[in-house]
Each structure stands twice: as C-alpha cells, then as structure tokens.
Write a protein that binds this ligand. Structure first.
Ligand code: NAD
Ligand code: UFG
Length: 341
C-alpha cells in the first residue's frame, strides 16, 4: 500500500512542487493549508501535471482541534513534510508575534500529534538564514549558527532546536531538517509556480514582473559589495530540484532503519551567482531584457553565501541538476502564464 504523507502548506510555492514529485513517486498525499498565502486553484495545476488530485483539507495548523480532525479524517499518515509557515522577513520585523505564533505553534502541534497517530517522521523546511553572514563560503552544515537578524530567521533556529529537544526527550519520531538556499523558478509545464501577493520582495519574481512590464524596473540593491561585480551573491536553486530532495528525505526517514534520529542537510547547488549574473542569465535564456538600475544596499542583506551541498550529494544521493538558464526560462514561462490569466 502506498505510504501517506501529510504536506502542510502544500498549496504554497515549494509545497505544490513537492506534492507533484511525491505523487509521481507513488506516495498518497494529504495537503493541509489555510490558504493564507496560496489559492485553491493550485490543486488544478497539480492534477494537470500528475493526473491525480491530492486530498485537500482546508485548515489552520496552529489550531489543535483542526489539526487533530485532519489526522482523524485521514488515518494512517506515515510522514509529514512541514512547509506551513509565514515567510516574509520584513513583515516578521513588523509583526513578530504573528511569526512566532504561526511558525512555532504549527510545528509544536504537529510534533505533539505525531506519536498519538503513529506518524514516524517529519521533514522540516529550514533556511540558510540560520548561518547569517558566513565566515567562509561555500558553507557546510557544521558552520556555526549566528544570531538571527529577524523574527522569521529566529523561528527557523528555534524550530530546529524544538525538533532536536523533542527527539532527545524520547519522542518516537525522526526528522530531517533541510536548509534551503534560494529557491527559484517554476515547474517546466508552467502549471504551478510562485504567486507573490502584492509587490514581490524577492529577486526573481520582481525580475520577471519587471521584464513583463508590470514593474517599471528592477532595482539591484547595491553594487559596492566585496564581490567580483559588486552585487550580492546567492546560491539559487531550482524549485523542482528542491522538491525532489524532499521525496528522498521522507523516504529515508520512513524506510531506512539505521539513520540518526535528526539529520541536517544544506540544499543548494554549490554555485554562487551575483544579482547581475542572474539578470544576464535571464536575458540569455529568454531573449527578453530586464529593465534595471543600480540602487542602494538593502538593510540587513547578506553579502555572499553559497552552499557546500556535499553532504546531501553523498548521503542523500541528491544533486541539483537543472541549469540556471533553464530555471530562468521556466520562471519566465510561469510569469507569462500568470500575466495571461
Ligand atoms: P509559501 O507561502 O508559498 O507556502 C506556505 C504555505 O503555507 C502557504 O500555502 C500558506 O497558505 C500555508 N500556511 C501558512 N501558515 C499556515 C498555517 N498556520 N496553517 C496552514 N497552512 C499555512 O512559502 P514557500 O516559499 O513555499 O515556503 C515553504 C517553507 O519553506 C516555509 O516554511 C518557508 O519558511 C521555507 N523556506 C522558504 C524559502 C523561500 O525562499 N521560498 C527559503 C527557505 C525556507
Ligand atoms: N535583490 C535585488 N533587488 C530586488 C530584490 C532582491 O537586488 O528587488 C537582491 C538582494 O539584495 C539579494 C538577492 O537579490 O542580494 C536575493 O534577494 P532575495 O530577497 O530574493 O533573497 P534573500 O537571499 O535576501 O532571502 C531569501 C528569502 C529568505 C530566506 C533566505 C535564505 O527571502 O526568507 O532567502 O533562504 F531566509
């Protein structure tokens, strides 16, 4: 019988791509999402790609009664992939309690119900933000955790600690913490992708909207950093590559006996790209110009960070493979799909 995976936040950006990969790998998927940052139409996209509509439970994971009902109505959940969280760094500075409440209560409710319902494993969406500004690049999982610079970042650090403490206390579960670098792009079918509400805060959605004429121009936040072209460097990872790592992680937790109860992996490409290099890649891949100007630095930005993904490559047998130009092409196809709607 197929294993059943509860995907919290499964209609969101990374969640929806992961549901596609889970279904393609033969898992039965139950999504719980409160649609606070996604819409129900995403299910049509998932169905169009995979030929299968996942079970959808609309509800808020911070509400214990709702979450319990979801477990009761969907018996036999073997594992969880927990994407549900609020994720806007700037907003978290303005509304810290919203972030602590949403991100931490969601996690704690899930952890509490897992033993009761015999759910063995949880994959958690963490972030390279836990490293702050690295002392060395590429950065591996043994690097020190730096004090968080936003309540959002702090929720990721605290969540990692909560999971470790809970498992240390003897809870009969296992976990894999995945530290994402910068997820970008969309499914190559252009049927699902990122749907930012309002003015995008992140680079790629802003860039594609500027290329589409929805925004006047992209502002490159600073060209006086200590990098070869002066703009910041990140490790941009294709969202489909990222999604595939989750399938491997949940399989590892559920099917492999001899693994540590908590494992941590960087999910990145190992390649650092500057903002200006990313713009160039987009223009090369699509033939479309990105109107842009150089502006001031953005407060709180990290100068440069990219992953050492060796542990994920060797232990999980996972490697990011989608070339950056392909990722930019997919991001553009998705933007065109959204604009046409
Ligand atoms: P997203 O906002 O697209 O998806 C999150 C989903 O969770 C949304 O559909 C939202 O409606 C839902 N949700 C939020 N709170 C909920 C709650 N209490 N109950 C039920 N559903 C709830 O975000 P994403 O980019 O797909 O990110 C997924 C996860 O990955 C998040 O935990 C995020 O912090 C983490 N992450 C994202 C990035 C990134 O750059 N996108 C980087 C590192 C880590
Ligand atoms: N940038 C611009 N112009 C823009 C937007 C971004 O030049 O309009 C630059 C930023 O200065 C940065 C790079 O593009 O150098 C990437 O910025 P993003 O906002 O896309 O991503 P960040 O690396 O700042 O942060 C993202 C998520 C965080 C997460 C972090 C690590 O927003 O939630 O990756 O995973 F914590």
């Amino acid at each position: 019988m197929a294993q059943k995976i509860l995907v919290t936040g499964g209609t969101g950006y990374i969640g929806s791509h992961t549901v596609v990969e889970l279904q393609n790998a033969g898992y039965e998927v139950v999504i719980i999402d409160n649609l606070s940052n996604s819409n129900i139409g995403v299910l049509d996209g998932i169905e169009a790609i995979t030929g299968k509509r996942p079970v959808f439970f609309e509800g808020d994971c911070t509400d214990m009664n709702t979450l319990r009902k979801c477990f009761e109505e969907n018996p036999g959940i073997n594992g969880i992939i927990n994407f549900a969280a609020s994720k806007a760094v700037g907003e978290s500075v303005q509304k810290p309690l919203l972030y602590y409440r949403n991100n931490l209560n969601t996690l704690m409710n899930l952890l509490q119900l897992m033993p009761e319902f015999g759910t063995k494993g949880i994959v958690f969406s963490s972030s390279c933000t836990v490293y702050g500004e690295p002392d060395v690049n590429p950065i591996d999982e043994t690097a020190p955790i730096k004090p968080a610079t936003s309540p959002y970042g702090n929720t990721k650090q605290i969540s990692e600690e909560i999971i470790k403490d809970y498992i240390k206390s003897g809870a009969p579960i296992k976990s894999i913490l995945l530290r994402y670098f910068n997820p970008i792009g969309a499914h190559p079918t252009a049927k699902i992708g990122e749907l930012p509400l309002g003015v995008p805060q992140n680079l790629v959605p802003y860039l594609t909207q500027a290329a589409a004429g929805i925004r006047k121009e992209l502002t490159v936040f600073g060209n006086d950093y200590n990098t070869p072209d002066g703009s910041c460097i990140r490790d941009y990872i294709d969202v489909v590559d990222l999604a595939k790592a989750h399938v491997i992680a949940i399989k590892r937790i559920l099917d492999k006996e001899d693994t540590d109860p908590v494992e941590i992996f960087n999910l990145g490409t190992g390649r650092g790209l500057s903002v200006l290099e990313l713009i160039a890649s987009f223009e090369r891949a699509t033939g479309v110009k990105v109107p842009h100007k150089i502006g001031d630095r953005r407060a709180g930005d990290i100068e440069k960070i990219w992953a050492d993904p060796k542990k994920a490559n060797e232990v999980l047998g996972w490697t990011a493979v989608v070339p950056i130009d392909e990722t930019m092409k997919n991001a553009w196809a998705w933007q065109c799909h959204v604009t046409e709607k």
